[in-house]
Design a protein around this ligand. Structure first.
Ligand code: SAH
Length: 243
């Protein structure tokens, strides 16, 4: 599990966020993967406001109570919406440029911090992981570390709210059968690399997880997983609470 922060010259998403914040527009934020065709994230979507957010995210913001941790805050879109709702939020991100923008946009408590850094020992009532928030877990083999960290950061009665997608649909054949190699790696384990203008980030692991698999792991580590809402595209919002 990676516990470091990004260096400024290897922070493509942060560079795009900074450009969009400073100039109202940004170039192409390219997303490469060994498993998929090249894709692109429009910087504008990273600046979505409450009315532009998908239903699942709005629901997560509504359910968040007490002291909230926004993990991987990005441009600060969720933290700013929570502050507008008069909620108390701390945003963390490993992207130095994103944290600068969050501060400039008025996120009151924005920190350059890796979730998995052992020195991060604050406590929270709600932990939010949004925009395929399970991605930060990286691989299924990191589940023990993830749940241990959630246990450490959660106050009694606290909850984790995260969204994810079941990527099974990508492996569906025209006749409806699935082409998943059950002996291989879990089909939601994806590698990505981002590139923005001349800035090339390192490749990183990003986990998409179906709700059933998430529930099984949650149970193993003493959590209960609840399906709060399903989205339009095999995506869902889940709530994890300590048993
Ligand atoms: N939540 C934002 C951004 C999502 S992109 C939104 O919905 O728009 C994921 C973010 O998580 C990126 O900004 C990335 O830098 C950050 N991130 C990735 N791994 C992290 C980790 N281990 N700890 C904290 N932040 C992390």
């Amino acid at each position: 599990m990676n516990t470091t922060i990004l260096s400024k010259d290897k922070d493509p998403m942060g560079s795009a966020i900074q450009d969009y914040f400073n100039h109202g527009k940004a170039g192409k934020l390219r997303v490469l993967s060994s498993q998929f065709d090249e894709d692109e994230i429009p910087a504008k979507t990273l600046f979505r406001n409450m009315s532009q957010m998908p239903r699942l995210e709005k629901e997560a913001l509504r359910l968040a109570t007490g002291r909230i941790l926004d993990v991987g805050g990005g441009s600060g879109c969720h933290s700013l919406a929570l502050q507008e709702m008069e909620k108390e939020v701390c945003a963390i991100d490993i992207s130095p440029r994103s944290v600068e923008v969050m501060k400039q946009r008025g996120v009151k408590d924005a920190r350059l911090q890796n979730l998995f850094d052992p020195s991060f020992t604050d406590t929270f009532d709600t932990i939010l992981l949004l925009m395929n928030g399970s991605g930060i877990i990286g691989k299924l083999s990191n589940m023990p570390v993830f749940f241990m960290k959630m246990k450490q950061l959660l106050r009694p009665g606290g909850t984790v709210l995260l969204d994810s997608s079941d990527l099974k649909y990508l492996f569906e054949d025209e006749d409806g059968s699935f082409l998943i190699d059950l002996a291989g790696d879990y089909y939601g384990e994806i590698d990505f690399q981002m590139i923005y203008k001349g800035v090339e980030g390192d490749s990183f692991d990003w986990l998409y997880i179906d709700f059933q698999t998430l529930s099984l792991y949650a149970a193993e580590y003493g959590f209960k997983a609840e399906l709060i809402k399903e989205g339009e595209h095999y995506n869902y919002l889940a709530k994890l609470t300590l048993n």
